[in-house]
Design a protein around this ligand. Structure first.
Ligand code: AMP
Length: 395
């Protein structure tokens, strides 16, 4: 592995700048889901146990280089105290005197939380001056924010270039899981790509067809592939202008020996709403006035067979309009099939990207997957085969 972990660093008595993702959802100043905060606890505790003083660097929301009081990390402090059970000293700036004062005030075992890095315009521009001011605060840099690793920002890539750097526990787990799924996977590998549109996942599909053995295309984007093959999809969501691109992806897959799997049966309805009257028909039989909202049971059975024949699975995007029942059926059933095989140790399963996590949670399958990435953009860019600057900077 090209990057170091906490185990490779001497940390006793060191001040460790720790980049975390605590960009949690909040309503009326109260954190409504503390999952991201809970996930950084192992890294913070590990660093403290090794004798380090932990200084947290993080962004919150999108203040775009201005001080926006509602986007202050002070609102996250209480949830951090609750998760860590430790004193948290807040610094009202992420650099300069306010940051230094907070770090001196904190005793070993306390945690320092510095103000939103994005209050500085230089953060998102990876301004070397801001990165140097951050680096001046500590001895070592630990990046535990995989979800922010696809951006070269001062607090991710900039500071990593200036201090001895390592991946935190969460980043380490994420990188190992991703490596196991796509970097150096046990074959055969199946990728499931669903969701609304081909246009948002072109690079991802292009990268995957060259690297996996089976590619399952589902959701709205499958409709575009059906249209490209001359199959009528009625009023379904489909990007008709992307048909040629879809055919190019099919050709590329053929050339590299990747088998593409499209729906063989479909669930169609006249309305996009929960409980809409629906019917299951063959893939070529979508009525002119109906839209495809899910894959049918024959498709699910075929997918389960593909999963059974594979050793590694990587998944992004739902197979249907999973937010509205009963059009979550195919996503749920396929997710449960993958979860069962994973539990039986026949499959390594990795999934990620915004809606995917929600879909797998809804199916009750998430906890049985080998790894679920909560990183949205970073996970997708990694699936696209891109180098993530925040990770590269740790090398
Ligand atoms: P994405 O963000 O690209 O992963 O797309 C997720 C969205 O795709 C979800 O909101 C789904 O409801 C939607 N979706 C999946 N399949 C369909 C479909 N057949 N028709 C319309 N929307 C769909």
């Amino acid at each position: 592995m090209a990057w170091k972990t906490i185990d490779d660093m001497g940390l006793a008595g060191k001040t460790v700048l720790t980049r975390v993702d605590i960009n949690v959802p909040m309503e009326n100043g109260v954190v409504t889901d503390a999952t991201r905060i809970q996930k950084i606890v192992p890294t913070v505790e590990d660093l403290i146990a090794r004798g380090a003083k932990v200084v947290l660097l993080a962004h919150f929301d999108r203040p775009k280089g201005k001080v926006v009081p509602e986007m202050s990390l002070i609102h996250v402090k209480a949830a951090l105290v609750a998760a860590l059970g430790r004193k948290v000293v807040f610094g009202s700036d992420c650099v300069g005197d306010a940051a230094k004062a907070a770090i001196s005030e904190a005793a070993q075992g306390d945690v320092v939380l510095l103000e939103n890095t994005r209050f500085h315009g230089g953060e998102e521009k990876n301004d070397p001056k801001l990165a140097a001011e951050m680096a001046a605060l500590g001895d070592v840099f630990v990046n535990d924010a995989f979800s922010a690793a696809h951006r070269a920002h001062a607090s991710t890539a900039g500071v990593a270039a200036l201090l001895p750097s390592a991946a935190g526990r969460l980043m380490e787990a994420e990188l190992k899981a991703l490596e196991a799924a796509l970097g150096d996977p046990v074959r055969p590998v199946v990728a499931v790509v669903g969701g609304a549109k081909v246009s948002t996942k072109l690079e991802l599909l292009g990268n995957l067809v060259g690297r996996v053995d089976h590619l399952v295309i589902g959701g709205g984007m499958a409709n575009t592939f059906l249209v490209a093959q001359g199959i009528e999809v009625g009023k379904s969501l489909a990007e008709r202008d992307m048909a040629a691109t879809a055919l190019e992806i099919v050709e590329k897959a053929k050339a590299s020996g990747c088998v593409i799997h499209l729906p063989v049966d479909i669930v169609v309805a006249r309305e996009f709403k929960a409980g809409a009257a629906n019917e299951t028909v063959g893939v070529k039989d979508c009525p002119k006035d109906a839209m495809i909202l899910d894959a049918g049971p024959k498709t699910v059975a075929a997918l389960a067979k593909v999963f059974e024949g594979c050793k590694t699975l990587i998944w992004n995007g739902p197979l249907g309009a999973f937010e509205i029942e009963p059009f979550n059926a195919a996503t749920n059933a396929a997710a449960r099939a993958a979860a069962r095989l994973t539990k039986a140790e026949k499959l390594v399963s990795v999934a990620g990207g915004g809606d995917t996590v929600a879909a797998l949670n809804q199916a009750g399958a998430a906890s049985d997957f080998t790894f679920i990435s909560t990183a949205g953009g970073a996970f997708l860019e990694w699936m696209e085969g891109k180098t993530l600057p925040g990770v590269a900077a740790l090398g």
